[in-house]
Design a protein around this ligand. Structure first.
Ligand SMILES: *Cc1c(COP(=O)(O)O)cnc(C)c1O
Length: 360
């Protein structure tokens, strides 16, 4: 069986060595030594210059905190082509998602359509660096400045990506990441938020810890977004392998691209200026029928790609069904092929061969 993805598991002794520290400290959560060390190591690993990282319990709570603080119950301009958490967080926080279609080659929000969607109720732009491909962050920043809007980036897929020489997490007012088990860097469940502005950072920080200001005081409203020491232990054990994970994925990604050249399909264009992380291998077939034929054929061969991202989020039962032609086109024809650290090159060759046969 070849799944679409597989969690990287560090040698168990390296994980237990970290867990032992939590045992020795008798300290399992509330920002203990392991979480603090993980934040420091991630700051170094990502070469963060201006942002502060706060590790959290998943990649969704940071989105919700960001929207709670900046969304003000207004309209949030967003992408229909992402994981459901991007949209559900907007609705969960009492804001209204306003979908702007995606660009046909990069698959990130089409920045040329954003201004037409702005109304007096708009408070934020929430866009996804989809499959790790950066949005047009410069254009979005200019639009946000002009209209006094906040920018939040769902960078759940973008661990390790840099754009124009700096970490992708340093763009936008707030940037979030997921460290879920299926993501490139993981802590089992986990995530993080990145923020440059010290005052906003302060609000994010207390918001993720019930609003506490010391044991008896409160700065304001909060929720529980804390990462546990046990999750941090996994992160500390995974992090040393990241370079290796990345170079393996890069090779497999390039091999797929080379072997699938002749298939009637399109691939995501990565924005120039990007140092990419090879987090996913998406392929868009010429028709939905062809995609389904490929998916069924692969399934019979015990290979399980996934329909990421389907449906287009403007089709969710709790959103307005505005039309987003490009997102709907891509959503209905896309498959993410298996890609993980110990997938072998013969397996990639076998998958590619099957696709060539099925899609012809
Ligand atoms: C995985 C993911 C999330 C949610 O992260 P969790 O850690 O699972 O809560 C949010 N947005 C996108 C785009 C994702 O892929």
């Amino acid at each position: 069986m070849i799944p679409v993805t597989k969690s990287f598991l560090p040698p168990i002794e390296e994980y237990t060595k970290q867990v032992q520290r939590a045992y020795d400290n008798g300290w399992l959560t509330n920002r203990g030594e392991l979480v603090l060390e993980l934040e420091q190591k991630l700051t170094d690993h990502l070469s963060l210059q201006n942002s502060t990282i706060t590790c959290m319990n998943n990649g969704t709570i940071p989105l919700q905190i960001a929207l709670k603080l900046l969304g003000e119950g207004g309209e949030v301009i967003t992408t229909p082509f992402s994981y459901v958490a991007t949209t559900s967080s907007i609705v969960w926080e009492g804001c209204t998602p306003v979908f702007v279609d995606i660009a046909p080659h990069h698959w990130t929000i089409d920045e040329t359509l954003i201004e037409a969607a702005i109304t007096e109720k708009t408070t934020c732009i929430l866009a996804t660096h989809v499959f790790g491909n950066p949005c047009n962050v410069d254009a979005i920043e200019a639009i946000a400045k002009k209209h006094r809007l906040y920018v939040i980036y769902d960078a759940a897929h973008a661990f390790g990506v840099t754009y124009k020489g700096k970490s992708i997490f340093e763009y936008g007012d707030i940037s979030t990441c997921s460290f879920h088990a299926t993501k490139l860097f993981h802590t089992g469940e986990g995530g993080a938020v990145f923020c440059k502005d010290p005052e906003l950072q302060h609000r994010i920080f207390y918001s993720h810890n019930f609003g506490h200001n010391g044991p008896t005081g409160f700065h304001g409203l909060g929720i529980n977004g804390k990462m546990s020491e046990l999750s941090a232990a996994m992160g500390l054990a995974v992090l040393p392998y990241l370079e290796n994970i990345l170079s393996k994925r890069k090779n497999l990604y390039k091999l797929y691209l080379e072997l699938l050249q002749d298939v009637k399909a399109t691939f995501q264009q990565i924005r120039p200026g990007t140092y990419y992380n090879y987090a996913y291998f998406p392929i868009v077939f010429s028709t939905e029928e062809k995609m389904i034929k490929v998916e069924e054929g692969l399934r019979k061969a015990n290979i399980f790609p996934r329909r990421y991202f389907y449906p287009s989020l403007n089709k969710l039962p709790y959103t307005d069904h505005v039309s987003c032609k490009v997102s709907e086109y891509i959503s209905s024809r896309i498959l993410c092929l298996p890609l993980f650290h110990d997938l072998s090159t013969p397996e990639v060759a076998r998958i590619s061969d099957s696709i060539k046969n099925l899609a012809s």
